[in-house]
Write a new protein. Sequence first.
Length: 273
Amino acid sequence: MTIQEALQLAARQGIARLDAHLLLAHLLQRPREWLIAHDTDALPADLAPQYLALVQQRADAVPLAYLTGQKEFHGLELNVSRATLVPRPDTETLVDWALELLPTEAPHTVLDLGTGSGCIALALKAARPQAQVSAVDRSTAALAQARANGERLGLAVTWHEGSWFAPLAGQRFDLIVSNPPYIPADDPHLAALRHEPISALAAGVDGLDDLRRICAQAPQHLNPGGWLLLEHGFDQANAVADLLRQAGFAPAQHRLDLAGHRRCTGARKSLDT
């Protein structure tokens, strides 16, 4: 089987051309451009079954990042596994907003709740080296993945295992960010995400269970004037703004994702509390 024939096999399985190239490049440990220049080369016989297995998994909607073990996020190359969600481009909206609020020189304390692969915490630390960044996740496996990413990238983040604010008694921060589970438990779209951890996706009947907890508990963990920034579903901006108002925050602000939806909502804690 040649490289060209292997790619044709993937096409017959309904695999997008780019995905097929990336899977094969990953297997051969070659740049994608190399495949184009060597499409008549024979695929090593021992790799053909491995490639077929990857193609079959991709055809079953297994995320490409799980098959290659890597995902780029905000300029960082992260290792990912099935223990965590695959970082999404829309979540970079949350990172960009946080960076607007973090000064480039003065040290600030930052907390990332539900860190998963560590993508948000590590992106913030990479862009603001002077910040003191902490991150929490209740999943031992996810936290191990995040910690490994931090060590490989040489980015110092303080990692905590636990549910939301549970391991942070008495600690306060200048900025708290989170991309928590926010999909309703009966949402039909969950079927397409079946290969990712359900605990990192679904949050009760209306998808707001974890957002409620975070909004209610955040004030006691924020310094006066500190910000809470949250990612949420495309249609949950008003509901999250109400939760922030109920928790005593200043009027909420929003940021749009790549599709123009209000994907992030945040607010500031009063300076006198």
